[in-house]
Design a protein around this ligand. Structure first.
Ligand code: PEP
Ligand code: MN
Length: 338
């Protein structure tokens, strides 16, 4: 259920409604709108007498939310969520955000070089894995804290915010110390303890779609984070498992406009993991923008052939700069900017 407050309702009236919700054992989450406040009531609402709320001072009406993802749904919040980054850039606003960097941080020199070059090309943030979720336990697992330190150095040099993956709730403190945005990978999309933990961190979170998750499961995973009073969730389509083996995964671009109808959260696309093929990163990036994505996350490396991880889907720094240029007219065609 959502409780829509009157446009002229006071802070005290909002606080009173939140207190009344708390008394019932449910949780009230304030969604500050441009014109008026809305309060989402989270929990099993069946215990609530619906008309009770309508008579509280300052309340305009209460409306049931049909979707199970109460906070992620557009039913409760009909304006887009915009994530504000420390460098003044945004994800989910007018401008398309492009996050670029290697699959894994390999050395200080590597991440600094990449950060400088992708910044020159117009990137919004840098990505890089320090804790890698590898299918094979004998392959490179990441530089761990040393990698985070290198990334933080690259941020100091360029001013670009950092995106890095977090594998377990025990790492929230450590990874949050260095990173501006936490990434929850496809293999952890339904790791509910991790979702709660990144929610509690208060950091913006890029939530990647589970490789076999439905749209509803994806939004319910986002709901775990949002329900910890963390509104800064970015959804990332990164390809799903199908019968097709030519591409590493099947990049399901139709999810972008679908999510735009279902949720107010920003949606970005990962054409690198989504295809597994370097040659497909450029066309699928443009396709993602054409269908309304708010951003992209792209694997880039000075010498992809030598990349420790995911070389075949990684583009080099010149190709990245060229892609940034080529995406501009596509963005303009859909009323956006890069
Ligand atoms: C990654 O971004 O490097 C990664 C492992 O992504 P995913 O979880 O989508 O496989
Ligand atoms: Mn990768």
């Amino acid at each position: 259920m959502i409780i829509v407050m009157k446009a002229e309702s006071t802070k005290e009236e909002v606080a009173h409604v939140l207190k009344e919700i708390e008394k019932t054992g449910l949780k009230g989450v304030l969604l500050q709108g441009t014109n008026r406040n809305v309060i989402a009531v989270i929990g099993d609402e069946r215990i609530l007498p619906q008309d009770f709320w309508d008579v509280l001072p300052g309340v305009e009406k209460s409306v049931p939310i049909l979707a199970p993802y109460k906070l992620a749904s557009r039913e409760g919040k009909d304006f887009n969520t915009i994530i504000h980054l420390p460098n003044g850039k945004t994800i989910g606003g007018e401008k398309i955000a492009v996050i670029a960097g290697p699959c894994a941080i390999e050395s200080k020199e590597q991440i600094v070089e990449i950060a400088k070059r992708v910044k020159d090309a117009g990137a919004t943030a840098i990505r890089g894995g320090a804790f890698k979720p590898r299918s094979n336990p004998y392959t490179f697992q990441g530089l761990m804290e040393e990698g985070l330190i290198h990334m933080a150095h690259a941020r100091d040099v360029t001013g670009l915010p950092i995106v890095t993956e977090i594998l377990t709730p025990e790492h929230v403190k450590l990874v949050s110390k260095y990173s501006d945005i936490l990434q929850v990978g496809t293999r952890n999309m339904q790791n509910f303890l991790l979702l709660r933990a990144v929610g509690e961190s208060g950091k913006p979170v890029i939530l990647k779609r589970g490789m076999s998750a439905t749209h509803d499961e994806f939004l319910l995973a986002a709901e775990y984070i949002l329900s910890q009073n963390n509104p800064n969730v970015i959804l990332c389509e990164r390809g799903i498992r199908t019968f097709e083996t030519f591409t590493r995964f099947t990049l399901s671009l139709s999810i972008v406009p679908v999510l735009k109808e279902m949720t107010h959260l920003p949606v970005i696309v990962d054409p690198s993991h989504g295809t597994g093929k370097r040659s497909l990163v450029n066309p699928m990036s443009k396709g993602a923008i054409a269908v309304g994505a708010d951003g992209l996350i792209i694997e880039t490396h000075p010498d992809p052939e030598k990349s420790f991880v995911d070389g075949p889907q990684t583009i080099d720094l010149d190709a990245f700069a060229q892609l940034m240029e080529e995406m501009k007219p596509v963005a303009r065609a859909v009323g956006r900017e890069i």
